[in-house]
Design a protein around this ligand. Sequence first.
Ligand SMILES: C[S@@+](CC[C@H](N)C(=O)[O-])C[C@H]1O[C@@H](n2cnc3c(N)ncnc32)[C@H](O)[C@@H]1O
Length: 203
Amino acid sequence: MIAALDDDAPLCLDQFPDWGALLGPRARRLELEIGSGHGGYALAFARERPEAALVAVEQRRKFADELRARAGARGLGNLVAICGDARLLAPRLFREGSLAAIHVHFPDPWWKRRHHRRRLVDDGMSLLLLRLLAPGGLLDFRTDVETYARGAVERLEAVGFANEAGPGRFAERPAGEIPSTREKRYLAAGHPVWRLRLRRPGG
Ligand SMILES: C[S@@+](CC[C@H](N)C(=O)[O-])C[C@H]1O[C@@H](n2cnc3c(N)ncnc32)[C@H](O)[C@@H]1O
């Protein structure tokens, strides 16, 4: 794994990490996953896309540690697992306009109406996601919660995202798309998944 991101040499965030120095040419296609959970998406991504690199930010330490260990055991040097709150870490890890894609898969639903404000994709986060992406960069958002999906598409388009499927519309599952751990269950059960594929304009 990457020495500078190991626990022995903690990541120092008083300046942006030099992803090029840490990851080599793979850093030219740098992607972020927020809330990687058990890591099914991240591990498959790292295996199938050796020319790219993925930083997985997960707030539960156990999950982040397990993902880091599994990536290390499989020799996946293009996967970096970091423990922490992505809302705080992302603006310190990445310069604006530096990410080719951001993946948000099945964010915690916070079902009760009075808890909706705890949802990851709020107005502030929507703007942050837009700014971190390079022009033309992709926001890949998936959820099984229709109300979350409908609120998110409205919010994300309002801050300036362009919707590949057309305003307010949801995307079909692209052929060969890597499923997340949770998504595998839903696909097997035929449970609906609401997906957004939104782009930062330009590029
Ligand atoms: C419902 S799980 C989905 C996990 C995975 N994406 C999947 O589809 O299998 C949501 C995950 O997001 C993580 N999470 C929630 N808020 C987060 C935040 N602000 N920063 C990083 N991780 C977060 C949770 O700890 C949890 O592991």
